[in-house]
Design a binder for this molecule. Structure first.
Ligand code: PLP
Length: 443
């Protein structure tokens, strides 16, 4: 043990010596739209896990899963290797025969939006289900709820939605629909860890919620994600799909956890067929390594500070850019919500003569990182256009198209401080001061 502590002390020292914060030089230092904040504890945990040489999921994974469930006040967390895998597992879990009549079957419809990240929608198609798209609101960037009922058909079985860039969707309206039509709800909480709706964390309303721990996100473990539920049956199915489709719930390295390893009759297998090799689903292997989980544990301890910093940065950017509202639609929190913002989305008003690529290019030249709202309108992406994918669309996609054409986002992540925010605000002001053609209200 003493030897282990010596190694860990050295790791801490190594971090201090090699990862000192670089000074921000206005205009010269690139300001990424998202980033990770790692400290000596993260490096220590990474080294600690590597010293175990366990390599696959193990004690650090168990600890992260327990701590993450506690943070959210939920019963079950399953770590997976990405947010995309989390969404794949979540949707696939709902197709399980173990859910009887409630299972999603090929051709069933799933309500979602087209303005978002592709792997919120991909698992719908990958599971032979049909996405039904609704338009979104500008400024909250979430589903428009007034047309929700129009989307319901006798094939509608589920809803999967992300809380866009940290801003919760209208959970009250969505939960009413879920209850009225007995639908499944998956909350893609990949961009909204720590956001609240009516005082309660997002990700705790639906049947399943998903998370990403990729470096851009609220906490990171490099590659990583999680699937969370309160329902034991769903949890067992989620584990099965994550772990090769197996029926057995024994953790790695424990062979007869269930106590019935040789005592079951399943499928048409001979009685007592080793339960470790009984498969009830067409599954995957989407587990993480303990090294990833270990970094997640130390990151989780810093999550409350990260959330606060993101909220503060949002406020400062909002106040600083408010004077430019004649040109820009600024992001507004959904009513009754406290977003833990992932990014700061901005939409250029349509009546001004500014091209998004022009302002983005200007900002990037000033070393201010920008991102688009992911796929914009996913229906217009090659994956839909080139593959003749079946889908339904409710109403028009006016705002979704506007997002595709006029929206981008900038960073609020904890690495952004007041000096950087001041620089970003001045850069925006500079851009509009120098635009002679603005505003052209006849356009
Ligand atoms: C809303 C949303 N869902 C899912 C994902 C996928 O997460 P990952 O990159 O970990 O696969 C992302 C990625 O940023 C996302 O923004």
């Amino acid at each position: 043990m003493t030897e282990r502590y010596e190694v860990l002390d050295k790791a801490k020292q190594f971090h201090k010596d090699n990862y000192t914060e670089k000074k921000f030089i206005m205009g010269e230092t690139y300001i990424p739209a998202s980033g990770k904040v790692l400290d000596e504890e993260d490096l220590c945990n990474l080294v600690d896990a590597s010293l175990d040489m366990w390599l696959t999921s193990g004690r650090f994974t168990d600890e992260f899963e327990d701590e993450f469930s506690k943070f959210l006040g939920m019963n079950y967390t399953s770590l997976v290797n990405s947010g995309s895998s989390a969404n794949l597992v979540a949707v696939t879990a709902l197709t399980s025969h173990k859910l009887g009549e409630k299972r999603l079957k090929s051709g069933d419809e799933v309500i979602t939006v087209a303005a978002g990240f592709p792997t919120t929608v991909a698992p719908i198609v990958q599971n032979g289900l049909v996405p039904v798209f609704l338009d979104v609101e500008l400024s909250t960037y979430n589903i428009k709820t007034e047309d929700l009922e129009k989307a319901i058909s006798n094939k509608t079985k589920a809803i999967i939605l992300a809380h866009t860039l940290g801003n919760p969707f209208n959970l009250e309206e969505i939960m009413n629909l879920v209850k009225k039509y007995d639908l499944w709800l998956i909350e893609d909480n990949c961009d909204s860890l720590g956001s609240k709706y009516n005082g309660k964390y997002t990700g705790t309303f639906g049947h399943i919620s998903t998370y990403s721990f990729y470096p851009a996100h609220h906490i990171t473990m490099g590659e990583g994600g999680a699937v969370v539920t309160n329902v034991k049956q769903l949890h067992d199915i989620i584990r099965s799909i994550r772990d090769w489709g197996r029926d057995c719930v024994c953790p790695p390295g424990k062979d007869n956890y269930c106590g019935k390893r040789f005592l079951k009759q399943q499928g048409e297998l001979p009685y007592g067929y080793d339960h470790k090799y009984v498969y009830s689903h067409f599954g995957y292997n989407l587990k993480v390594t303990d090294m990833q989980a270990a970094v997640g544990i130390s990151q989780l301890k810093k999550l409350p500070c990260f959330i606060e910093k993101r909220k503060e940065n949002y406020k400062k950017l909002y106040l600083g850019l408010k004077g430019l509202e004649e040109y820009l639609i600024l992001p507004e929190p959904t009513e009754n919500s406290e977003p833990s913002w992932f990014g700061f989305p901005i939409t250029l008003r349509e009546n001004i003569n500014v091209y998004r690529n022009d302002i983005i290019k200007f900002l990037e030249e000033k070393n201010i990182g920008t991102r688009l709202l992911f796929a914009g309108n996913i229906i217009k992406q090659p994956l839909f256009v080139e593959n003749a994918i079946e889908y339904r669309m409710i109403g028009d996609m006016k705002n979704t198209d506007s997002i595709m054409n006029n929206t981008f986002w900038i960073g609020v992540w904890p690495g952004i401080d007041d000096e950087i925010i001041g620089y970003i605000i001045r850069s925006f002001e500079g851009y509009f001061e120098n635009k002679e053609t603005l505003p052209d209200t006849n356009l």
